[in-house]
Design a protein around this ligand. Structure first.
Ligand code: PLP
Length: 412
């Protein structure tokens, strides 16, 4: 007889981590064959071309300059005021929509997603995201008593599938009075895809249609990779569209310091909100502060101070952004090299625009990944395909991978 002490609603929780298995196999191969022979395309952190963890120098310098007080004192539950103000500015740059805005500090982007689901999706309701998605969305929805459901992200031409999106929203709105949609753009994980301005117009038209019927429509834009997607104001242009929307359309952003500051383990982010209603924003601050108190209390003071300090000085910020941009260029070059080779050899890679990852659809992703081990390439098998980390594979090692993926696809 098996014994379970867990509460009935908790007993079946199991975290499946495809990335862990793949990276363990890679570590094993590196030991056997030498790290230089092995391509580790499993990692979600940025590595430089020498294979070392990439850290933005100004981040490192400012972080090391903080006092012990900055590191260890408690912070206010909603976050340090200077941090929150800076986060709002960084989220929107010059594309701030008309309306009221607010931010609350969270444990990374993950914490921001958690708070959005916990507070803006009814228990038992469906939360909508695309079929290519970051698996953690599912875990968070389950934990919050909601159910994640998907629409097909791509149409037959690998463009945003507005027809599939519309059909799914229509279906859900037959039974729900409210809906939370999670859209990870720009530079989506795991595909590197970004919605265009026109895609956003269509998404918002549909949202407005249901809002006009009295439904509560919330959109969470997960911008975890926005700083590796292109020029600051270009990548944020769509945000202007969120101004002057009806009060029953609520837009939030999951902001993260993990990638943008190369500060993954410091676990600092924010949930940022925009609304035409002051009441909605006041409520946002109250309910999320409550949820923070109930989950982690307050957030890493050192990391919040780091971000506020970088933002407080124009020159420091400019230097920081310049350094980060060099890393963006480095990843972009790797991603584009893969896409160029994919096109040349006829591999159907999904439309990578930027960010840490790119993906190739596969019927049996695990078998393709296993086959790639023959070439000492280690990638992550997802439900719908194989994910390759442009963030961690040097351009030299990226060369030739597309053809090897094609070979593996044909072999299984
Ligand atoms: N959103 C996506 C799509 C991600 O891939 C990640 C990190 O892997 C995050 C959000 C948030 O990461 P963190 O909680 O480290 O800020």
């Amino acid at each position: 007889m098996t014994t379970s002490m867990a509460a009935t609603h908790a007993a079946s929780k199991r975290l499946k981590d495809a990335i862990f298995g793949a990276s363990a196999a890679c570590a094993e191969a590196a030991k056997k064959h030498g790290a230089d022979k092995v391509t580790n395309a499993t990692m979600g952190v940025m590595m430089d071309d020498e294979g070392k963890l990439a850290s933005i120098p100004t981040m490192e310098r400012v972080f090391r300059s903080l006092s012990v007080e900055d590191y260890v004192r408690y912070a206010p539950i909603p976050g340090l005021p200077d941090y929150l103000e800076a986060v709002i500015d960084l989220t929107f740059a010059d594309q701030k929509p008309e309306g009221y805005t607010a931010a609350i500090a969270t444990a990374g982007g993950t914490g921001a997603i958690h708070h959005a689901v916990a507070n803006y999706a009814e228990r038992g309701d469906k939360v909508l995201t695309s079929d290519w998605f970051w698996g953690t969305y599912n875990v968070i929805c389950n934990e919050c008593g909601c159910q994640l459901t998907n629409y097909a992200l791509f149409d037959e031409n690998n463009n945003f599938n507005i027809a599939a999106y519309t059909a799914k929203v229509d279906e859900i709105m037959k039974t729900q009075d409210s809906l939370l949609v999670i859209i990870n753009t720009p530079a989506h994980n795991p595909t590197g895809f970004s919605l265009t301005e026109e895609d956003w117009d269509k998404v918002l038209d549909l949202t407005k249609k249901y809002a006009a019927q009295g439904k509560k429509m919330s959109i969470l834009v997960d911008i975890a990779y926005i700083d590796y997607a292109g020029e600051k104001n270009e990548t944020r242009k769509f945000m202007k569209k969120f101004g002057n929307l009806p009060a029953n359309i609520f837009v939030m952003f999951a902001f993260s310091m993990s990638k943008g500051y190369t500060a993954y383990g410091q676990r600092t982010g924010a949930l940022v909100a925009v609304s035409s209603s002051e009441e909605v924003i006041t409520e946002f601050k109250e309910i999320n502060k409550y949820t923070s108190r109930a989950t982690w209390s307050n957030i890493n003071r050192g990391a919040m101070t780091l971000l506020a300090k970088i933002s407080a000085d124009k020159e420091t910020l400019a230097q920081f952004e310049k350094e980060r941009d060099e890393f963006y260029q480095m990843i972009q070059e790797r991603g584009m090299l893969f896409m160029k080779e994919a096109k040349e050899c006829g591999l159907n890679a999904l439309p990578y625009k930027g960010g840490f990852f790119l993906s190739v659809p596969a019927k049996d992703p695990q078998a393709v990944c296993d086959k790639l081990h023959d070439d000492l390439i280690f990638a992550v098998p997802l439900k719908m395909g194989v994910r390759i980390a442009a963030c961690s594979v040097s351009a030299a090692k990226m060369k030739g991978i597309a053809a090897k993926v094609l070979k593996a696809l044909k072999a299984v």
